[in-house]
Design a protein around this ligand. Structure first.
Ligand SMILES: [Zn+2]
Ligand SMILES: [Zn+2]
Length: 407
């Protein structure tokens, strides 16, 4: 038997508390960069497993030094989303919180980070209980603020690199609608795109609704911008390249008979290649500026980039080693090839801070009988099992691919 198989024979003892913790976390979600209760819970658990624990930049890092050998870092994210839960589960969230803009919003673990935390803690306990099966150092890292691209950066800015041993390799995972529950999906190279949000404020000139000729209508201007932006991906990006431009929010005015003085647009972009990302950004700036001029806008638009997400590109050799270990443990049919996804992550900020290789994989959250929903959906409710067990096993198997003792 491989070290992973030996170590994971006793997983049922861990599963019992994991399911209870998962329901608790699901019912008590916290917004990005507000994960105080979650971080306290993670800290308590890691300490009880014998880890040396530190709070870094809103996150929690537990280090388990178990003799000579490699150092492996496993990262889980802890934040929830401003979404009103509609799952109808007995442990559904009814929480609200005040967001960064001071607005009271509902909060829900609609991205499954509650599963990530629970799987990460389960793996941490299993590795601690089975120290005779491996040698090296295991780092269990729990980061805040993934959804807003702030959390990994916050930990790095708070000195992560100097506060914990330098890992040889870093891992991250995400529960997804594909593959099906019980399976893991891996790939070498790019797996998640770069992403960014852009806030555009386009200026008009307010007027009475009956006297449009005396004003500059920012509603018409914003509509022209939205239309024209659609040409970037379809007409400017090569058909073989990947790029997305979405206008997720468009706001102007409050009343039918008042022409407002400005419109605000919130855009989201995705790309794999740096050149494509630059092309999207410069095309957006060019179009917004030109449309404002075309509308006789009284002053130049404000264009602000926020929540920039880095590229997630798996190291080929690391992915190959982990995929091989997954196949040996789960069997060929439970390890699928993951297509690159248009979503984004800030995970790579952590390994990139050290310049170490990493790999990031997906694990299934829905059985074939279920209606598999995309992450961020208000009814996102993965099957606790086999999802939680698979996520926990995957973390242990990947770690032991570097830390396990040959038998
Ligand atoms: Zn998410
Ligand atoms: Zn997520």
């Amino acid at each position: 038997m491989s070290p992973a198989t030996t170590v994971l024979t006793a997983i049922d003892a861990t599963i019992a508390w994991q399911e209870e913790l998962y329901r608790h976390l699901h019912q008590n979600p916290e917004l990005s960069m507000q994960e105080a209760e979650t971080a306290a819970e993670v800290t308590r658990r890691l300490e009880s497993f014998g880890y040396a624990v530190q709070q870094i930049g809103g996150g929690v890092v537990g280090v388990l030094d178990n003799g000579p050998g490699a150092t492996v870092l496993f990262r889980a994210d802890m934040d929830a989303l401003p979404v009103e839960e509609t799952t109808g589960l007995p442990y559904a969230s009814t929480r609200t919180s005040v967001d960064a803009e001071g607005v009271t919003v509902p909060v829900m673990h609609a991205c499954g980070h509650d599963l990530h935390i629970t799987a990460g803690l389960g793996a941490a306990e299993i590795l601690s209980r089975n120290r005779d099966a491996w040698s090296g150092t295991y780092i269990a890292l729990f980061q805040p603020g993934e959804e807003t691209a702030q959390g990994a950066r916050s930990m790095v800015d708070d000195g992560l690199v100097d506060k914990v041993p330098t890992p040889d390799v870093a891992f991250g995972q995400h529960v997804l609608a594909f593959p099906e529950a019980g399976k893991v999906g891996t790939t070498g190279g790019p797996i998640l795109s770069t992403g960014a949000c852009i806030r555009v404020k386009a200026w008009g000139k307010g007027s009475h609704g009956s006297m449009p000729h005396l004003g500059v209508d920012p509603v018409l201007l914003a509509a022209a911008i939205v239309q024209r932006l659609q040409g970037i991906v379809s007409r400017e990006i090569a058909p073989t390249q990947f790029g997305v431009v979405t206008v997720g929010s468009l706001q102007a005015g409050f009343k039918a008979n008042i022409i407002p003085d400005h419109a605000t647009l919130l855009l989201n972009i995705r790309a794999y290649e740096t050149e494509v990302r630059e092309q999207l950004l410069s095309a957006i700036e060019r179009i917004v500026t030109a449309e404002c001029e075309a509308s006789n806008s009284p002053k130049p638009p404000e264009i602000e980039l926020y929540e920039p997400f880095p590229l997630t590109a798996n190291d080929e050799a690391t992915n190959a080693r982990v995929t091989e270990a997954f196949r040996a443990f789960f069997g060929e049919d439970r390890v699928v090839q993951m297509p690159p996804m248009p979503a984004s992550e800030d995970f790579s900020t952590i390994p990139n801070a050290w310049g170490i290789p990493y790999t990031y994989w997906g694990f299934g959250g829905f059985t074939p009988e279920m209606n598999a929903l995309p992450n961020h959906n208000a009814a996102f409710a993965p099957a606790i099992q086999p999802s939680l067990r698979t996520g926990t096993e995957a973390a242990v198997v990947a770690a032991l691919a570097y830390l396990g003792k040959a038998e």
